[in-house]
Design a protein around this ligand. Structure first.
Ligand code: FAD
Length: 339
């Protein structure tokens, strides 16, 4: 018999990582993931999964934001260093970011001290790799989590640790209060409706998955152009369309992505397309990882921990925010919550 029943709503990278961490750190609890969509039906499936938090990733303050990033890096690195790495879809990767605009755009204060290599690209690298195109560049080594490999692995991991999974839509979080002691909300963009959250907005992303095993490095450039090798395919991107709810593949976006990526790396021209994928990044002005008490119509308190709004950085930062959300769950359960 469990002491504590927890519902985690959502089965993207955030829900799965949070569910796994809850099972590892909360004693004698029954944890159930409830989600409308799994794997291909999540935004997480579209992600290339490169560990590269950008300045659009904003937590409640700089210290907490950096802690989420640091904790995430070491979480992914521990998997990369373990026997699970291949099955979990985690490996290291090196590559370049190029730009013409400002030197600062090729810096990344969040990870420069964290990753094993982060340096300015040399003149020789710039003239050899992108002749007459970009003035500035950085070269770095980071991690990549291929979500098409990782999500199924994480679902199995969650189940093997004793977690339960239910496939259904949740129309309001309060309704779960009858069955569960604590509800953890990892619904990504779904939180827009569930929480009536005005600070959450989609950023539509379209990518092309291609067969190009000869591409071993990642490349980022202007106009949201990127090339990121994964375990099975190379991801070519992309688009960043604010406030678009369009989940259909757009032919013209696809043509533009292909044209921009081939200009950056001409050897991509013979790469065959596997599929195009669209995901709606759940962008929030401040990523929401916090406690809230909701009330049922009858006045019963429902304890909720939110964990959503990771925008374009959810794969990168899932573990850090999951650990933080777990601490909030433990605080509530220990009765020390200042709600
Ligand atoms: C093209 C693209 C490329 C990207 N590349 C990267 C990258 O390289 N690195 C990186 O870090 N990030 C990247 N991202 C961002 C990353 O994919 C997101 O930040 C991340 O997927 C968000 O995860 P999530 O679990 O919050 O949301 P989702 O993956 O969308 O999961 C939400 C879950 O909640 C469920 N749900 C929602 N509403 C309800 C409801 N009412 N009832 C029941 N279930 C519900 C859904 O079914 C789903 O299971 C990329 C995104 C896109 C689109």
């Amino acid at each position: 018999m469990s002491d504590l029943k927890i519902a985690v709503v959502g089965s993207g990278i955030i829900g799965l990582t949070t569910g796994i961490e809850l099972l590892k750190s909360v004693n004698n609890a029954e944890i159930t993931i409830i989600a409308e969509g799994f794997n291909t039906d999540t935004c997480s499936w579209a992600a290339a999964g490169i560990f590269r938090p950008g300045h659009g990733f904003i937590g409640p303050n700089r210290e907490i934001t950096q802690k989420w990033i640091d904790d995430s890096f070491y979480y992914w690195k521990n998997i990369r260093d373990s026997v699970d790495a291949a099955e979990a879809g985690v490996t290291e990767i090196s590559g370049y970011t190029f730009s013409n605009r400002e030197k600062s755009i090729v810096r990344n204060a969040f990870i420069e001290k964290l990753v094993p290599i982060y340096r300015k690209a040399t003149e020789k690298e710039l003239t050899t790799l992108c002749p007459d195109t970009y003035k500035y560049g950085s070269f770095y080594k980071t991690l990549v989590t291929d979500s098409t490999v990782h999500l199924p692995w994480a679902t199995n991991k969650f189940k093997s640790l004793g977690g339960k999974v239910i496939n259904r839509r949740v129309d309001n979080l309060v309704s779960l209060g009858d069955q569960y002691d604590i509800v953890v909300n990892c619904t990504g963009l779904g939180a827009k409706k569930l929480c009536n959250d005005p600070y959450l907005t989609p950023i539509r992303g379209q990518v092309i998955k291609v067969n190009a095993p000869w591409i071993k490095m990642f490349f980022y450039a202007e106009s949201d152009t990127y090339i990121i090798p994964g375990f099975n395919h190379v991801t070519l991107g992309g688009t960043r369309q604010y406030d678009s709810y369009n989940t259909e593949v757009d032919k013209y976006d696809g043509m533009s992505i292909r044209e921009r990526c081939e200009r950056l790396v001409p050897s991509l021209k013979p790469a065959t397309e596997v599929r195009q994928v669209v995901g709606l990044r759940p962008h929030r002005t401040i990523v929401r990882v916090e406690k809230e008490i909701l009330l049922t119509a009858g006045g019963k308190k429902v304890k909720v921990v939110h964990n959503y709004g990771h925008g374009g950085y959810g794969v990168t930062t899932a573990p850090g925010t999951a650990l933080y959300a777990c601490d909030l769950v433990k605080e509530i359960w220990a009765g020390t919550s200042k709600l």
